[in-house]
Design a protein around this ligand. Structure first.
Ligand code: GDP
Ligand code: IMO
Ligand code: MG
Length: 430
């Protein structure tokens, strides 16, 4: 069975943890979009791992992780991630593959990311500053350099020269910044080319052969549906298709090769960076949940904004991704609440909208409509089955299923690997 795991909110839903759990039943793990803007946390025993580019299931021995063509790859970040895993005893030499069609992030992308943010007149997006947007801009403009270009060739040197000259014109003339040194960049990226060579594969061919051999594929989405370039709260989004469709383009597989899609949601909502968050908490509740849920970015350390579960957002994500089931994480963070609210619609001038409007101006005029449920005020972190959960927690989860129209397949009640259990038999649903 080939499964896509996708964030169904604004990222940081706990995808890393869910993927780690589900990877036990997969062979090939594939990241299909985004770059090292992602931070996916996996905690095994007392050890915490934060994956940025490398698929989050690689702590399981014998799995292969592929960085797909849809990813934008910063070789320096990849090398440092490989090094860190190696130093902690994880085998990466054979286990990590990189698609030759993935686009490369260069230092000028990172500088432009920061400069463009500072210059944005309509307000900042709050990007991670990793050069993600500018690299995708070059990809779409057909001026980008890909992994396949890396090497000790005249062609690579020539392409890089054109790119550096163009970026230097922008850096110096538009921003009054110093230019970048072409020779230094060429030498540095040639070295990366050598280091990466053992990992590079023809991504599509690799995936096709794996499917042919009956391997089980697990596609790892980064970011979340509401950060998707097409389906998110544009322009407060990332620059790639984080939704399930991105798995096809970003890994080179046909839609018919995908058997199941799982959306990951937190039991509440968070977002980091700017942009709308309709069910955002009041400051005191924000502080309480942020502290209990340790809601600080895994990549940038920024505090995350928190709010009630927004069923309008999650329902939209279930539809646009075609989710067969959802995984609910961080239920334990709500353990102490006296009462719990769920945003079930947006009210605008007396009318209730049940869908996300595209126009953020209109969204900002909407007030969420809440439904209130009793809290359970019992610890859930040691639950091993649905039946172990307090009644009120069961009722909350059943209500989420009813509002979203899909079953829950996995519940997580703590950050460690063993603090999660599967529910129902969603794999067998039509
Ligand atoms: P991702 O980007 O979707 O992989 O999520 P992040 O790793 O950025 O953020 C999720 C955070 O929540 C991490 O610190 C996880 O260790 C933690 N986490 C995941 N599941 C649970 C859970 O069920 N309960 C608690 N308390 N923490 C969790
Ligand atoms: P994971 O995979 C949460 C947000 C940034 C910013 C916007 C654009 O860990 O869920 P970018 O650097 O991508 O151009 O920034 O997207 N963002 C994330 N928010 N989780 C992420 O990844 C994110 N990756 C990007 O904060 O608002
Ligand atoms: Mg994250």
């Amino acid at each position: 069975m080939n499964v896509v795991v996708v964030g169904a909110q604004w990222g940081d839903e706990g995808k890393g943890k869910v993927i780690d759990v589900l990877s036990a039943d997969a062979d090939l793990l594939i990241r299909y979009q985004g770059g090292n803007n992602a931070g996916h946390t996996v905690i095994v025993g007392d050890d915490e791992f934060i994956f940025h580019l490398i698929p989050s299931g690689l702590l399981h021995v014998g799995k292969i992780g592929l960085i797909g063509n849809g990813v934008v790859l910063d070789p320096e970040a990849l090398w440092s991630e490989l090094d860190q895993l190696r130093s902690r005893g994880i085998e990466v030499q054979q286990a990590v593959k990189v698609s030759d069609r993935a686009h490369l992030i260069f230092p000028y992308h990172k500088r432009l990311d920061v400069l463009e943010e500072a210059a944005r007149t309509g307000g900042r997006i709050g990007t991670t500053g990793r050069g993600i947007g500018p690299c995708y801009v070059d990809k779409v403009a057909r001026t980008g350099l890909r992994v396949a270009d890396l090497g000790d060739t005249d062609a690579f040197a020539a392409k890089l020269k054109v790119a550096v000259e163009e970026k230097n014109r922008v850096l110096t003339k538009l921003y009054g910044e110093p230019p970048m040194a072409y020779d230094e960049l060429l030498a540095r990226y040639r070295r990366y080319g050598e280091l990466l060579r053992p990992h590079v594969v023809n991504g599509m061919q690799y995936v096709r052969e794996a499917i042919g051999q009956g391997k089980r594929l697990l596609f790892e989405g980064a970011q979340g549906t509401l950060l998707d370039i097409d389906h998110g709260t544009y322009p407060y989004v990332t620059s790639s298709n984080a939704t399930a469709g991105g798995a096809c383009t970003g890994a080179g597989v046909p839609p018919t090769a995908i058997d199941r899609v799982i959306g990951v949601v937190k039991a509440y909502t968070t977002r980091v960076g700017e942009g709308p968050l309709p069910t955002e908490f009041s400051p005191d509740l924000m502080e309480r949940i942020r502290t209990k849920g340790k809601e600080f970015g895994a990549t940038t350390g920024r505090p995350r904004r928190c709010g009630w579960f927004d069923a309008v957002v999650a329902r939209y994500a279930v539809w646009v991704n075609g989710c067969h089931a959802i995984a609910v994480t961080k239920l334990d963070v709500l353990d102490e609440m006296e009462r719990i609210q769920i945003g079930i619609g947006y009210r605008q001038r007396g009318r209730v909208l049940e869908d996300m409007p595209a126009d953020l101006e209109r969204l900002s005029r909407c007030e969420p409509v809440y439904e209130t449920l009793p809290g359970w005020q019992v610890e859930t972190s040691s639950a091993e089955r649905f039946e172990d959960l307090p009644r009120a927690a069961q009722a909350y989860l059943r209500r989420l299923e009813a509002l979203l129209g899909v079953p829950i397949c996995l519940i997580s009640t703590g950050s460690r690997r063993e603090q999660a259990f599967k529910v129902g038999r969603w794999e067998q649903s039509p």
